[in-house]
Design a protein around this ligand. Structure first.
Ligand code: ZN
Ligand code: ZN
Length: 329
């Protein structure tokens, strides 16, 4: 799994997630999104919107335009009032000649203690047909090989922070094949399946020429569990006791944290008044959350030309700070 920061440090914060072996593509926030190619946009399977301020949501129309002729369902997750806001956007257009369209939006409104969901079909002019409700759980999406978690932060309106965690997976120590004098084959797939399904390993595998190993021996020696990667995304929130503890609970042990560093501490009052984080506060999240790498994003444009000051401030709290924009190039 890898993350791509689509815009530069002072622009709308979009993070695009892709996987090696999974076709799903995930987007955190969809503000100005012209940095994504048509192909990248058309592969998006779900979009997680922190909140619906203009700079986090205006790209919805662009995505709609790029995907309108696709035959698929895109999932959208957002905070309180989200379903009405998506329907509001869609109802700004006329949808009278849409019988041949097969694009659907499955919308989830995350408002603990409940989650509302509805399926909006282009064919039906994106009208609400019915709304389902279920109890909120921090894991809001269980994908094929990964899960997405959320918690509600405070931006004077609810703002969602997200973490995506790949499932742990079995890997094969193939350097041992030679030592054991065996070759990979269908037996290996069967063995992995058995271990994954917690099945009993009671058989022996005959490799010919008198070479025979028990499944248990092979599993113990050849297979090991690789921890799935965790990437977290935190933007547009005030720093309070509650956002700090809830945020830490969400992001803990992330491999990568993409976090707003809107203001310098010297502008703390501005940060507090606008319910944003300072660079120092972002560093505290990274430090207490025991993350491996912090990528500052969504810096206030007032620091244009002196953004290094933001990095210097973060580094005092948390040393492993990287420039996502440079990483992209
Ligand atoms: Zn905002
Ligand atoms: Zn913002």
């Amino acid at each position: 799994m890898k993350a791509k920061v689509v815009n530069d440090l002072m622009q709308d914060p979009l993070v695009y997630i892709e996987f090696d072996d999974i076709s799903d593509r995930i987007l955190f926030d969809c503000g100005y999104m012209f940095g994504l190619t048509l192909r990248e946009i058309q592969k998006i399977s779900s979009v997680f919107i922190s909140h619906t301020h203009f700079d986090h949501f205006m790209g919805f129309d662009h995505l709609l335009r790029m995907c309108i002729e696709q035959d698929k369902t895109v999932e959208f997750y957002g905070p309180k009032d989200f379903i009405n806001q998506i329907v509001g956007k869609l109802s700004g257009y006329s949808w009278n000649l849409c019988d041949d369209l097969n694009l659907n939006f499955k919308c989830f409104e995350i408002s603990p203690p409940i989650v509302k969901s509805t399926l909006l079909k282009a064919k039906n002019a994106f009208k609400i047909e019915n709304i389902e409700e279920k109890e909120f759980e921090p894991c809001i999406k269980k994908g094929n090989g990964y899960s997405v978690y959320t918690t509600v932060m405070d931006h004077k309106i609810p703002s969602l922070a997200f973490s995506i965690k790949e499932d742990d997976f079995l890997k094969v120590n193939s350097s041992l094949f030679e030592n054991l004098n065996i070759k990979p084959g269908p037996w290996l797939g069967n063995l992995i399946k058995k271990v994954e399904n917690n099945e009993k390993l009671s058989e022996d595998i005959d490799f010919g020429n008198g070479i025979l190993y028990s499944e248990e021996f092979l599993a113990e020696n050849l297979l090991y569990l690789e921890k799935g990667k965790k990437i977290s995304y935190v933007v547009d929130t005030a720093f309070t006791d509650k956002t700090f503890s809830d945020g830490i609970e969400l992001i803990k042990d992330s491999d990568e944290l993409y976090c707003e560093c809107a203001f310098l501490s010297k502008d703390l009052e501005k940060a507090q008044n606008t319910y944003h984080l300072t660079a120092q506060q972002a560093g505290k999240f990274a430090n207490h959350g025991n993350v491996k790498k912090l990528f500052p994003i969504h810096l206030s444009k007032r620091y244009n030309g002196i953004y290094r000051d933001i990095f210097d401030e973060v580094i005092k709290e948390f040393p492993n700070v990287l420039n996502a924009y440079k990483k992209k190039k």
